[in-house]
Design a protein. Structure first.
Length: 251
């Protein structure tokens, strides 16, 4: 049986998440006080602009040149369209990223997020080739963390287990399951179906995200999600044979 934590702390967010949220908030705050033309420069320098890679930069010079071509693949995830947009991503990041941060530790967590952000940018590039409209937001990275979480969060003792949960630290280190095994779990199937349905609605323009006035880059969400799902095993430091969860089972 699983011994549940009786009095979980009301606020227990890993330090790396707090730092990441602080960085995004500082960036958003700075943008509120700089002149409008400087803010536009920031968006085009550090946002993801598909037109950079289609030759448009030759006719419309882009900030930072080739350096910006590289940076844009992940720095866009630190920028947001509004405070509401930032708050929405922060909420989902804390909800699903906290367990992944505890499992991966700081450096691995950040690198994983960058990889998922790059995957989201590539998916956006493939479907918006040549466009000069910048993409901003952490949604692709957040989607990657969501996908990583479902590999272990719904397992017995995990952070989202319907069968009882361990304390946050031990819950984050329960053994992960393979992709096929994960999708034999009804909770995982239901969660993924709902997530996909929302992204389909975004694509059809039926609904939108809070704080987002323009088109939602749902393809980037999907790219980040599948990167997180497929690459989780490459980053996961926990192995079932040494997992603390094994010591919590009673026959």
């Amino acid at each position: 049986m699983i011994e549940e934590e009786r009095n979980p702390p009301a606020f227990n967010v890993p330090a790396v998440l707090m730092v990441l949220l602080a960085v995004m908030a500082i960036i958003q705050g700075v943008r509120q006080f700089v002149p409008e033309d400087m803010d536009v420069w920031i968006i085009y320098a550090f946002g993801f602009v598909p037109g950079r890679y289609a030759g448009h930069a030759l006719q419309v010079p882009m900030p930072l040149g080739a350096f910006g071509d590289v940076l844009g693949f992940f720095t866009y995830s630190l920028l947001h369209g509004s405070w509401m947009h930032l708050a929405s991503n922060a909420l989902w990041l804390v909800a699903f990223g906290a367990a992944v941060a505890r499992r991966f530790a700081a450096l691995r967590f950040v690198i994983f997020g960058v990889v998922c952000a790059v995957a989201g940018a590539l998916a956006h590039l493939a479907t918006h080739w040549g466009e000069l409209v910048p993409m901003v937001g952490a949604s692709a990275a957040v989607s990657g963390y969501m996908a990583a979480a479902i590999r272990f969060a719904f397992s017995p003792g995990g952070p989202l287990s319907p069968m009882g949960r361990l304390d946050p630290e031990r819950a984050a280190h329960v053994p992960a399951v393979g992709i096929l095994a994960a999708f034999r779990n009804r909770s995982v199937i239901a969660f993924t179906a709902i997530w996909m349905a929302f992204n389909l609605l975004f694509g059809l323009g039926v609904t939108s995200l809070a704080g987002v006035d323009g088109e939602i880059a749902w393809q980037a969400h999907v790219g980040g999600f599948f990167a997180g799902l497929l690459l989780f095993g490459v980053f996961d430091p926990v192995r079932p044979a040494i997992s603390e969860y094994e010591n919590e089972q009673e026959i």
